[in-house]
Ligand binder design. Structure first.
Ligand code: SF4
Length: 311
């Protein structure tokens, strides 16, 4: 599976010192993953690269339990990128349902169109080609290359960043936005061979999702508790800038969600009056609607009606 575990008294100071640290973590984390990985549909062989890509778009800002039903419906309706590419982008927004951050639906539709046009309908295997697709950033390209094609890439999502911050750097939380130092650390921790690196990416992510969570780290269940720099240091309090909250009630995001819900249900043009009923405050409501139009999620029609985009 991977290189044998070597005893190593590591500290934040030697985090980038070479393969020893990584080897110290790979074997226990991957072994734990072998025994504890959730059976999720996008991890099954039948998901294929397209299933992996769809799941990565959906999971970026939405928890697994909310993604599962939408993912299943999505893959049933659009089993290949070309199937989605043939439909209107508004249908992708409609099928996105309540996953939130619906621009992801438009981006996924745009990626499907590009895959159909440039790659004969197959999700490209090459990391650079993945990255060149519209709507695909560094994270998604690395995740698809790693999870779908078993390649060696650092895959840095919030779960992995938190595990690395605690286990290796010795702090409670990673910075609010990904830093160059985190990317360097992730590269330094990558196992040498492709297959182990891909397994490590999935395993470290799962550890952050199930054991080393943001709210409640379960160190007694953690396969790297003995090596974890933050735990060994006595879990010093977070000293960085305040962590960003996830307020929703009363935000423009909430208003956008309410407006979009009406348009999703309508299956046709919606008069302004129907949208006006979703939120009491006219200035905020107008701002939210303008934002949806500017983002291409909603199409204004002559006469003051609106619909999901057809093109
Ligand atoms: S020992 Fe605790 S804090 Fe450290 S990685 Fe494991 S769960 Fe996280």
């Amino acid at each position: 599976m991977t290189a044998p575990t070597k005893p190593s008294a590591h500290s934040p100071g030697n985090a980038l010192s070479g393969p020893t640290l990584g080897e110290n973590l790979h074997s226990p984390v991957i072994g734990w993953f072998d025994d504890n990985a959730r059976d999720l549909p996008w991890r099954r062989p039948e998901a294929g690269p397209w299933g992996v890509m769809v799941s990565e778009f959906m999971l970026q800002q939405t928890p697994v339990n909310r993604v599962l039903p939408v993912y299943e419906q999505w893959l049933t309706r659009w089993p290949r990128p070309a199937d989605l590419a043939k439909d209107a982008p508004g249908e992708a927004v409609r099928a996105w349902g309540r996953l939130g951050y619906p621009r992801r639906a438009l981006r996924l539709h745009g990626a499907a169109v590009a895959i159909a046009e440039r790659h004969g309908g197959d999700v490209p295997t090459d990391h650079a080609q993945l990255l060149a697709l519209p709507g695909i950033g560094e994270y998604t390209a690395a995740a698809v290359a790693s999870f779908a094609y078993g390649q060696r890439h650092p895959v840095l999502d919030t779960n992995v960043r938190r595990v690395f911050a605690r286990a290796v750097t010795g702090v409670q939380y990673p910075p609010n936005a990904t830093t160059a130092a985190e990317r360097k650390l992730a590269r330094a921790l990558l196992p040498d061979d492709d297959r182990t690196a891909a397994r490590w990416a999935a395993a470290s992510m799962e550890l952050g999702a199930l054991v080393c969570t943001a709210r409640n780290e379960s160190c007694h269940r953690c396969p790297i508790a003995a090596q974890c720099a933050w735990r060994v240091a006595g879990k010093p309090e977070h000293e960085g800038p305040p962590r960003r909250g996830q307020t929703y009630a009363g935000t423009d995001r909430q208003v956008r969600g309410k407006l979009l819900a009406v348009l999703r249900e309508a299956h046709g043009p919606v008069p302004q009056a129907a949208l006006d009923r979703v939120w009491h405050e006219p200035v905020q409501r107008a701002r939210a609607l303008d934002g949806l139009v500017a983002d291409g999620l909603v199409e204004p029609l002559p006469g003051g009606a609106y619909r999901l985009p057809l093109t």
